[in-house]
Design a binder for this molecule. Structure first.
Ligand code: PRP
Ligand code: URA
Length: 210
């Protein structure tokens, strides 16, 4: 089945992403905002998680409430910048497992290079949320989902803060089955493969490495 593409338009999100784009925003504020924005996007990305009935007792009477069925979730950040989104998402689903995929983009060719992969042993049974702040050429997201599928893991969603049209198109073409959640859709990529207007290098801004 064809996956969906959701581009968030909530005012809170737009406001927070606007602050993240400002070059004078501090590392601390940027990091806090990445988590807040991730949480807000995850709110939408988790909308169709299945629910199950649970019998409980309130102080007044017995009743039936809902709980997320199975609780078989897994967040997979693409290192390094994807780490920045994890706390926000885990605050919503503290029992989710976390896998890690290490990819870096060659500055010249823009090709992704794999350097790490560690996933929960039962990842194939879980709903996977691959997370990365930026979807630029799409190379990293495509490679990450290739790595998952190669390991028999197919229940994948992708969540990012900012996307370029080029990256979205490439990801849709490579993995049409994956639902994609985007905080903001930008204009284009520049000659260095950076998103315009974007927010610069997400990893450097989260970790203060520049
Ligand atoms: C950035 C970003 C994505 C990737 C997006 O990571 O976090 O992973 O670039 O670009 P793409 O869509 O063209 O592949 P980077 O490779 O700079 O590594 P870092 O997270 O370690 O900074
Ligand atoms: N990676 C980033 O961190 N920022 C961009 O604009 C593109 C790729």
């Amino acid at each position: 089945m064809m996956g969906k593409v959701v581009i968030m338009d909530h005012p809170l999100l737009q406001h927070k992403i606007g602050i993240m784009r400002m070059k004078e925003t501090s590392t601390k504020d940027f990091r806090d905002l990445v988590n807040e924005v991730a949480m807000l996007i995850y709110y939408e990305a988790s909308r169709d998680l299945p629910l199950a009935d649970k019998e409980i007792e309130t102080p007044i009477c017995k009743t039936t409430v809902k709980e997320i069925a199975g609780k078989k979730l897994c967040v997979v950040p693409i290192l390094r910048a994807g780490i920045g989104l994890c706390d926000g998402i885990l605050r919503m689903n503290p029992n989710a497992k976390v896998g890690h995929i290490g990819l870096f983009r060659d500055e010249k060719t823009l090709e992704p290079h794999e350097y790490f992969c560690k996933l929960p042993h039962d990842a194939a049974e879980r709903d996977i949320f691959v997370v990365d702040p930026m979807l630029a050429t799409g190379g990293s997201a495509i490679a990450a989902i290739d790595m998952l599928k190669k390991r028999g893991i197919y229940r994948n969603r992708f969540l990012c803060l900012i996307a370029a049209p080029e990256g979205l198109e490439a990801l849709r073409k490579a993995h049409p089955d994956v639902d994609i959640y985007i905080g903001a859709m930008d204009e284009h990529l520049n000659e260095n493969g950076y998103i315009v207007p974007g927010l610069g290098d997400a990893g450097d801004r989260i970790f203060g490495t520049k």
